[in-house]
Design a binder for this molecule. Sequence first.
Ligand code: MLT
Length: 260
Amino acid sequence: MAPIHVSRSGRGPAALFVHGFPLDHTMWSAQTEHLADVAMCLAPDLSGFGASPHDGSEKLSMERHADDLARVLDAEGAERADVVALSMGGYVALAMWELHRDRIRSLTLVDTRAEADDAAGRDKRDEAVARLQETGREEFARGMLPALLGPDATDEVRRDVAAMIESTPYETIAAALRGMRDRADRTGVLASIDVPSLVVCGELDAITPPDLSRAMATALPRSELVLVPGVGHMTPMEAPEAVNGALRTFLTQRARSERR
Ligand code: MLT
């Protein structure tokens, strides 16, 4: 197994932060800093992303990442974790629920969906793979930014997101696109998620719009929904204070109810 880079900070019950595509663990910096007094924050770079090397796989499946995350928890000595996951990270978290549910103490799904890609979505993934080498990562990043960010995202957030995309290896971007293209529909899994869950979504999210989050929150047996006004898909970076506050309340309530 290729090594997985993990950033660690804070003290308390383990919380596992799973990034989106094609990003890395630094997208969670505001949250891991803010929550350091209530959780041991583990923020891995999924295989091929950030500081985790790409192992040459043609396709990075959601199940493969889920298995890697279970191994990350093993290596950290964490039996269970509060899993916090954005977009592709959410696809991975739902696969993790299917494969390793005993490792998940609570689930926070941020700007994500349970549905698989439809036929048009799968075609778009293939087109993106085909175009990637000729257009280059800078162009790929330029194409993605308007969908990822709301209109009021700061220049700093724009720069940080673009830098993450541009530093992700081509092989990883292509392999991740194939993995997302072929991911399973997990809408049927939601009803089995009997741990506390929090669903968060930017009201202007163009990639996974709020209606998808509303539907997930309805299907999840023990969920709360937080819609964040004025921001797009990258809610944790665009509205860090709102996400930090929602997570702090959720995680401390979850810890308190477990102690009772
Ligand atoms: C992400 O933010 O992880 C991706 O946009 C998800 C996707 O492309 O389906």
